[in-house]
Design a protein around this ligand. Structure first.
Ligand code: NAP
Length: 244
């Protein structure tokens, strides 16, 4: 099985958690998964943005207000999912923040800790807590949304780069530890995509020249499908544009 032969018609009726579903890549992903007929729990801090998705998908979308920097809120999310769903099939660790773009010498330590907490520490916490539900799936998948600066750390990208490098390491370790279970673990580098975060990083860029969040979804969708058997892989979403 491969992305070339994957039929999205069979990607339905799965229970899928998408963090950062209120905007950008997470929103496009949540809406596409809902279009296909899956159940999606979408989290973010701004419930109002999530409620707009609920208007289109009142039955299958579960908007959930989550401040990822708070582990007690993650505990409550896990309790909610345990009470509501028999299992979880797919976790997209997608939410993230950019932090400062500056040399390490000048990097604000409070911002550093916040970026590491949101982009790495608490995504680890969420992943660890959700494993019990993923184990109940016939085919579990964890997708960690990374970045090119996580694979090739780059000057001035500071805590963001370090957090994504940590995400890559977590992907490697977890994929090995879960290799005898039915749970695959992979990372995706979206590549420059027209979103709010990209605008924050490159304010002067013309975003009309960039792929949109919808354009880059094929590899995200493939990794949720039963066809995907690969684990411990590092994907570049741009290479799969137009594949599905
Ligand atoms: N766009 C790119 O070019 C690009 C390139 C490489 C990697 N990425 C990665 O792709 C992922 C999605 O990025 P994006 O470009 O779609 O960004 P975005 O448009 O800024 O969306 C980020 C999402 O994360 C959520 N979020 C931020 N802080 C949060 C917090 N403290 N608690 C809970 N949720 C929080 C936001 O929701 P609220 O603000 O409503 O809470 C939003 O839904 C990120 O992991 C990013 O690092 C993006």
């Amino acid at each position: 099985m491969s992305i070339e032969t994957c039929n999205l018609q069979y990607l339905r009726s799965k229970t899928i958690l998408v963090t950062g579903a209120s905007k950008g890549i997470g929103k496009a992903l949540a809406e596409k998964l809902l279009d296909l007929g899956n159940i999606v729990i979408g989290t973010s801090r701004t419930l109002d943005d999530l409620k707009k998705i609920s208007e289109r998908f009142p039955r299958n979308f579960y908007p959930y207000s989550l401040e990822l920097s708070e582990t007690d809120q993650i505990d409550k999310l896990i309790d909610f999912m345990d009470e509501t769903f028999e299992k979880v099939d797919v976790l997209y660790n997608n939410a993230g923040i950019l932090g400062d773009i500056t040399n390490l010498e000048d990097y604000n330590f409070e911002v550093w800790k916040k970026v590491l907490d949101i982009n790495l520490n608490n995504q680890f916490y969420l992943t660890q807590k959700i494993l019990k539900s993923l184990r109940k799936s016939n085919k579990g998948s964890i997708v960690n949304v990374s970045s090119s600066v996580g694979r090739f750390p780059r000057e001035t990208w500071g805590a963001y780069s370090v957090s994504k490098a940590g995400m890559e390491a977590m992907t490697d370790i977890l994929s090995q530890e879960l290799k005898n279970l039915n749970i695959i673990v992979n990372s995706i580098n979206p590549g420059g995509t027209a979103t709010k975060m990209r605008k924050e990083a490159y304010p002067d860029e013309d975003q009309s020249q960039l792929p949109t969040p919808s354009d880059i979804l094929p590899i995200f969708l493939y990794l949720a499908s039963d066809d995907a058997q690969e684990t411990g892989m590092k994907y570049n979403a741009r290479e799969y544009i137009g594949s599905l």
